[in-house]
Design a protein around this ligand. Sequence first.
Ligand code: MN3
Length: 386
Amino acid sequence: MKNIILLGSTGSIGRQVIQVVQDNPDKFKIIGLAGHSNYKLIEEQALICKPKHIAMYDESAIGKISGSLSNLEIKFYQGIEGISELVQIPKADLIVNGMVGSIGLLPTIRALEAGKTVALANKETLVAGGDLIMPLIREKKLNLLPIDSEHSAIFQCLNGENHSDIKRIIITGSGGPFRGKTKEELKLVTKEQALKHPRWKMGSKITIDSATLMNKGLEAIEAHHLFGVDYETIEVIIHPESIIHSMVEFIDGSIKAHLGFTDMRIPIQYALSYPLRLSSSLTGMDFAKVANLSFEAPDLTSFPCLGYAFEAGKKGKTYPAVLNAANETAVSSFLNGKISFLDISNIVYEILSEHKGINVSDFETIRSQEEWARNRALEMIKRLGR
Ligand code: MN3
């Protein structure tokens, strides 16, 4: 039995983690839940999972969790400090981080410091803090198990392979809802259109990132850290069918691809069961119905965020953290109707241009530079004023 602490339980990934755990009640037990502010949902989840620990990021949400949990003997935690304390409890075998945004960085660091295996769906954690996290993983000889479908695919392609045999890592992406649109056509696209992802059902932040292709850029930075490869080795290709979840080319010209349904429960289950595989109801792809797999180069003119992410990644230092923080702020303002779709990439570009990168030596450096980027983004958003 693996004892799991689930961070971000009320989000899209978190809800699917609970499904996987419910499908395998003899393998996994959730002993801790952490959510942002949705106290109603976390209460429902607690009645199902019967955890011993619950944390809420929004400190006012704890008090709203009703008495229905009073006979469960639950210990409650508050804020990011509370979540960071929760991940260290001795009984936890696996920390699943499904939080959204680089706010997930501190709990990840605390979990690793406590020697825990972490299954990571929170890509912003690696984008902002990869330079802190990866040395910690190596020093403590821990496992960081990717849940992001592309990275789970690459991770599985690399099983049993030598790192020095990697020639190229090829990250696939559906191209999002606006694939094929010109920059002119993107001027007037709405939030509702951006939220309609053609292949994956996901939370709103990542769905907007998929529409701008920032998501692929963040994934390239994530791959750089996770697999220890430089950016010249990483390629992004648009694959609208989303059947191939990523590929690895080796020095002998062999290419391994990972294929499957677009259902996050598959990579989630693999991260939970690793190194074993467990059976699942999601089997039996009908290739005659799939019929075609197509590919095209990403359009960096309509979707410049992808290029900005590669640039920030290559520059290293605090550039990726600043790119990510500016993007998080811009996306949330887009979702609130304050800026247009194209403003997102403009804001990211401006802030990256202004930024003077600093070597990442500690968490405080990242936090302070993120704060700078968020404040600069808010100033720009105010100026754009809608
Ligand atoms: Mn992905």
